[in-house]
Design a binder for this molecule. Structure first.
Ligand code: ADP
Ligand code: MG
Length: 497
């Protein structure tokens, strides 16, 4: 009997913390990073008699996400109470959305790039995006206590983005998470930081015989706090399910925890222990209405999204797809690129690769990204702002400095605020390109090496490198090597009698 091959089916529930100043239903600060239990007003703690008030900016941010991911927006949606007991949830319920999420039926595209194959775009459906508040944080295993509670996070605004079971591999799940992060960062609604818990992911996964259309029993993995862990946990769990089924066993519905230290999933609870949340509309909160005017305003304010921007970088600036994709990965970097071009006074040329654009791109993809990586900073913190980078690129475009000199100057610009031209002059890096001062040096080199000149004229043309070296050495400052070569060749030809 042929062995059955299985395909994974994955759907992700992603929680994303919104960067609002105040909490979802109170004026308490929603900022991350304060000391424990600092932002804990009575509403956040759910004291009896307190009343929640909807933070309109949370709605605004959620709508940005919904529009950017092509969702239908509900003109009227409802906030519901989701009841459960946990020490980090002092109210005994979480305000969320249940039957009527504010956004539904959208999609995001991910691009699969297998080695030596053309890129493949895969469209991943979004079932829904809804608003909810976060719970507090339990910190376990702290001597001498078993568990500490920090309620700062209680009531901070989240969106939950639920995907269709459209993902077909751990790699796709990874790319999907990266895409969500890129979108929320472009929209400015979240920092998308997984390590700090701004993005959290529960992964639902099942397997089925390749080619089958039905959905089989799934498990849900929680507690993954990095993009790599999402991929690894899914890899592990898919392997576990396949071995189980091939051994004659059956996948049972359960919630699993990813143990990053041991690189394996562990059962947390099974279906029998599944919650009944007793959802009902929160009687303290009116339905959320979204008007067409509001939607129109938010749509008009949406930034140009990465795909559109990347396409424009290719079309208007003639950049290769590779450059355009890297430059638009982060909105700040794309801004930096365009501001540098503006400072250069460059204009998009259309089809052909545009010289200034490609030069700026090279400088950013090389030196700028290297420095950002080395110093683990964002481009906004780079001491070289676009006008200064533009001035450096201009020196290079005008052939006034060599590419090695450009790198040296770039390094110096990181340390000091001077204009690149000043640094170039001070360090003698401006290429001497006036023939008047170069010609005598070239002549003296040729006069001093009659044997080599004869050999060259006799056919040993490789000696040109020798002459260039001699001339460069004799000259104070940085002669333009292209010009030196030209003058040497001319000088040599006049000696051919
Ligand atoms: P629940 O209400 O239990 O959270 P949902 O139907 O809302 O379940 O689905 C939650 C997530 O699980 C969604 O992302 C969905 O795509 C995914 N999912 C549902 N069924 C399967 C399945 N058989 N295999 C993999 N993922 C699934
Ligand atoms: Mg769910």
């Amino acid at each position: 009997m042929p062995r059955v091959t299985y395909e994974p089916v994955i759907g992700l529930e992603v929680h994303c913390r919104l960067l609002t100043d105040s909490k979802a239903f109170s004026s308490d600060s929603a900022r991350f990073g304060a000391g424990p239990n600092v932002h804990v007003d009575p509403v956040s703690l759910g004291h009896p008699g307190t009343l929640p008030v909807l933070n309109r900016r949370m709605v605004d941010y959620t709508l940005r996400m919904g529009l950017a991911t092509h969702c239908r927006i509900a003109p009227r949606s409802v906030l519901a109470r989701k009841h459960y007991f946990y020490p980090d949830l002092p109210k005994g319920y979480q305000i969320s959305q249940y039957e009527t999420p504010i956004c539904a039926g959208g999609h995001v595209d991910i691009v699969l790039q297998e080695k030596d194959a053309p890129p493949v775009t895969r469209r991943i459906g979004l079932t829904r995006i809804h608003m909810e508040e976060d719970a507090g944080r339990s910190i376990h295993d702290q001597d001498p206590y078993d568990t500490l509670l920090d309620y700062n996070r209680c009531g901070t605004p989240l969106i939950e983005i639920v995907s269709e079971p459209d993902l077909r591999s751990p790699r796709e799940a990874y790319l999907y998470m990266r895409k969500i992060r890129q979108i929320v960062r472009y929209l400015g609604i979240s920092d998308g930081n997984m390590e700090e818990g701004s993005l959290r992911c529960d992964a639902n996964v099942s397997i089925r015989p390749q080619g089958s259309k039905k959905l089989c029993e799934r498990t849900e993995i929680k507690n993954m706090n990095s993009f790599r862990n999402v991929e690894r946990a899914l890899d592990y769990e898919i392997g576990r399910q396949i071995r189980l089924v091939q051994g004659g066993g059956k996948v049972v519905r359960q919630t699993l925890l990813w143990d990053a230290d041991r690189q394996e999933t562990r059962p947390m609870r099974s279906k029998e222990e599944a919650h009944d949340y007793r959802y009902f509309p929160d009687p303290d909160l009116a339905p959320v209405f979204v008007t067409d005017e509001e939607l129109g305003r938010i749509r008009a304010e949406l930034p140009e999204m990465p795909e559109a921007r990347s396409a424009r970088f290719r079309d208007a600036w003639g950049l290769p797809a590779y450059d355009a994709a890297i430059l638009t990965e982060e909105r700040e970097l794309a801004d930096y690129f365009e501001e540098t071009l503006t400072a250069l006074g460059a204009e998009g040329s259309g089809k052909e690769t545009n010289g200034p654009a490609k030069s700026v791109s090279n400088m950013i993809m090389g030196d700028v990204l290297r420095v950002l990586k080395e110093t683990a900073t964002s481009v906004d913190e780079l001491p070289i702002r676009p006008p200064r980078l533009a001035a450096l690129v201009r020196l290079r475009l005008e052939d006034r400095i060599s590419s090695t000199a450009a790198q040296e100057i770039f390094e110096a610009m990181l340390q000091r605020e001077d204009a690149p031209e000043a640094i170039a002059e001070e360090q003698d890096l401006i290429q001497v390109s006036d023939i008047g001062s170069l010609a005598p040096v070239v002549e003296s080199v040729l006069d001093d090496h009659p044997q080599q000149v004869a050999a060259y004229l006799g056919g040993k043309e490789g000696l040109i490198g020798y002459f260039i070296g001699q001339a460069m050495r004799r000259f104070e400052g940085s002669p333009d090597p292209k010009l030196v070569r030209k003058l040497l060749v001319e000088g040599l030809e006049t000696r051919r009698e």
